[in-house]
Design a protein around this ligand. Structure first.
Ligand code: MTE
Length: 319
């Protein structure tokens, strides 16, 4: 586990977020002990049982990952609810009310209900996970997320044996989300995504509540988002308000919008191009004026950990 202290040059969240929003966010995390864990990341004073205290496997990130400076990943975003330009989320997402925040857990679970985020996070230890993020638009970044495996939340609400998939839904409020009022949007709202249950139970698949050792900014999907590092970024749905366990494969936003272009699986695959973007290589965010291009790796570099889940599957057809 790599523990990273934010660099001196990184903008502090309090510098770029209105005080009111910043405080509200801290309150959300307070109840769960999550703030203490974030503080521990900063001071590196981690209790010895902090990671893996529930018996989950440790994550060892590749040592060669160079973290993308935070201005690039907090000012160049996709969050269509706030507009389609890359700086729209940064400019408009603070209009989203994230306190109070609750998450409905529904469908094939023994303990369905609408839970306050404090209850969802209660008793869950946070970890820092440094992951590559590869967008289907052929840019990439390396982000130090603060979060925990999805399975820790799913286990709490006890999926039934009949559950085979999990569907996630983003918050929707037309007053606060200017992009959802546009007649020209290429997608429908609310934004929805899904995973097969074994994918959701994979140790690399996390819910994130922070990045760079601090709480998530709204433009990055505060207060609670998905991060699935071996899939294209659009699977990593932001600002989740609903988790539904299902027997059948759920519909997903981009697949609904353009099924020829976006499949359900959306595993990063340099051999299968998108009609508009070659997937063979990627532009690395923050690598300077003449941005560095690097080859894209199968499953975004996580093949050793995840390829076995897709054994025998035709990945060209199941894109
Ligand atoms: N989630 C919602 N609700 N709405 C979106 O438009 N965009 C996706 C994903 N999650 C999106 C979303 C896409 S296309 C990408 S690449 C990632 O978020 C980007 O995450 P980031 O802005 O934190 O880098």
């Amino acid at each position: 586990m790599l523990i990273r202290i934010p660099r001196r040059g990184d903008p502090k969240q309090s510098e770029i977020t209105p005080e009111r929003v910043y405080r509200a966010r801290r309150d959300i995390l307070k109840g769960s002990g999550a703030l203490a864990a974030l503080a521990a990341i900063r001071t590196n004073a981690l209790p010895s049982d902090w990671i893996d205290s529930k018996g989950y496997a440790k994550h060892e990130p590749a040592p060669d990952l160079e973290i993308t400076p935070s201005p690039y990943t907090t000012q160049y975003n996709n969050f269509y609810e706030f507009g389609t330009d890359k700086d729209d989320p940064m400019r408009h997402a603070d209009a989203m009310t994230i306190d109070p925040w609750s998450i409905e857990v529904t469908g094939l679970v023994a303990k369905p209900g609408k839970y306050a985020i404090e209850d969802v996070l209660a008793g869950i230890d946070l970890e820092e996970r440094i992951y590559r993020l590869r967008c289907v638009e052929a840019w990439s970044a390396v982000i130090p997320w603060v979060g925990f495996p999805i399975k820790k939340v799913l286990d709490k609400y006890e999926p039934l044996a009949s559950a085979k998939y999990v569907k996630f839904t983003t918050y929707l409020n037309e007053d606060e989300m200017r992009g959802t009022r546009s007649f020209f949007s290429s997608i429908d709202f609310p934004y929805i995504e899904g995973l097969r249950l074994d994918e959701a139970y994979h140790d690399l698949a996390i819910f994130a509540v922070g990045m760079y050792g601090d709480e998530l900014l709204n433009q990055n999907g505060a207060p609670f988002r998905l991060v699935v590092p071996w899939k294209y970024g659009f699977k990593s749905i932001k600002s989740i308000v609903k988790i539904e366990l299902m027997e059948r494969q759920p519909p997903t936003t981009w697949n609904n919008s353009a099924p020829q272009e976006y499949g359900f699986y959306s595993n990063v695959n340099p051999e299968v191009d998108h009609p508009r973007w070659s997937q063979a290589s990627e532009r690395v965010l923050g690598s300077g004026l003449f941005a560095r291009n690097q080859p894209t790796l199968m499953f975004n570099g996580y093949a050793d950990q995840v390829a076995s889940m897709y054994e025998g599957m035709n990945l060209r057809r199941n894109y």
